[in-house]
Design a protein around this ligand. Structure first.
Ligand code: C2E
Ligand code: MG
Ligand code: MG
Ligand code: MG
Length: 283
């Protein structure tokens, strides 16, 4: 309607309308997101992580999806940035951690041998000890042991924050919760920062996995990360494994764990029990 009106006046050219549509979609999404939080329109998908050598399940990553009433299932990439920019990420983050603990409690109650589930936490959530308190409250509410909950924080989020985040990370770590540096390699964290922060696992950005087998550099990069991780007593996970060739290379590089579409795609919660029942997840 708007587009028709402005084109009659001839004030707007095609890309102006595109810009307008983009802004409108953003505003609509922001408004819908407020309602989504109120009505809890979110679902979690779970992507398995396996041991690189054996294919045995070692854990799962919780990935948020938005079940929009008219737009269908919306992936995280289409609303997480907006949620971070508008401050709504705190409310969403609370929903996610609570849901993960609720799923873990339900699987435990069904006698399913629960594996640890990692949760992506935004840098905005690290504030005044909020995440630490939230985690403690959710674990207690659902009576879930801390070893089953893990936290992923992107390397760039780690870099952007300073001071306060260090204390909070170490407090979370002291609760017995494993901490991942997500999208490792996309930021510029230093060896000393990694050593100072109590991070347990480097989760290598999928862009580096994509380079494996294409030339020499990909392998060189992974070899360097693995030896650095060992020196810091950290584990290494490669994400975004999409081919058998990448899997084979990662097996020769002593990368501890892998995750990706070639192994298993993210699954709905209802599909998790049958997945856990399998011993071995290589295709
Ligand atoms: P991430 O934490 O690095 O998660 C990995 C992303 O890669 C996921 O996208 C996953 O579905 C996708 N992926 C898995 N295997 C493959 C593969 O083999 N190839 C490729 N190309 N991609 C693969 P998703 O679910 O769309 O999430 C995107 C990002 O959104 C996540 O990146 C994470 O940063 C963020 N995110 C997801 N859930 C949450 C959440 O609950 N809270 C927060 N704050 N952020 C979240
Ligand atoms: Mg992640
Ligand atoms: Mg990642
Ligand atoms: Mg530790």
């Amino acid at each position: 309607m708007y587009a028709a009106k402005v084109s009659r006046k001839g004030h707007f050219r095609f890309y102006d309308r595109m810009l307008y549509e983009n802004i409108k979609l953003r505003l609509d999404t922001e408004q819908d997101l407020t309602q989504a939080i109120r009505e809890d329109q979110f679902e979690l998908y779970f992507q398995p992580r396996v041991a690189t050598r054996t294919g045995v399940l070692t854990g799962m990553e919780a990935l948020i999806r938005w079940r929009h009433p008219t737009r269908g299932l919306i992936p995280a990439t289409e609303f997480i940035d907006l949620a971070e920019g508008s401050g709504m990420i705190n409310a969403i983050g609370e929903i996610v951690i609570d849901k993960v603990c609720a799923h873990l409690a339900a699987w435990l109650a069904q006698g399913i041998p629960a594996v640890p589930v990692s949760v992506n936490v935004s840098a905005h959530q690290f504030n005044d000890g909020k995440v630490k308190n939230l985690i403690a409250a959710c674990l207690a509410r659902h009576n879930v042991p801390a070893r089953l909950l893990e936290i992923e924080l992107t390397e760039s989020a780690m870099m952007r924050n300073s001071g306060d985040i260090f204390d909070e990370i170490s407090a979370i770590n002291k609760m017995g919760i494993t901490m991942y540096v997500d999208d490792f390699g996309s930021g510029y964290s230093s060896l000393s920062l990694l050593q100072r922060l109590d991070m347990d696992v480097l989760k290598v950005h999928q862009a580096f996995t994509a380079q494996l087998g294409l030339g020499k550099d990909g392998e060189i990069f992974f070899t360097a990360i693995v030896s650095m991780a060992k020196a810091l007593d950290m584990r290494v996970v490669a994400e975004g494994v999409e081919t058998q060739a990448q899997l084979k290379i990662l097996q020769t590089l002593a990368c501890d764990e892998i995750q990706g579409l070639y192994i298993v795609e993210p699954l709905a919660a209802t599909d998790v029990p049958s997945l856990i029942a399998k011993h071995y997840l290589f295709p």
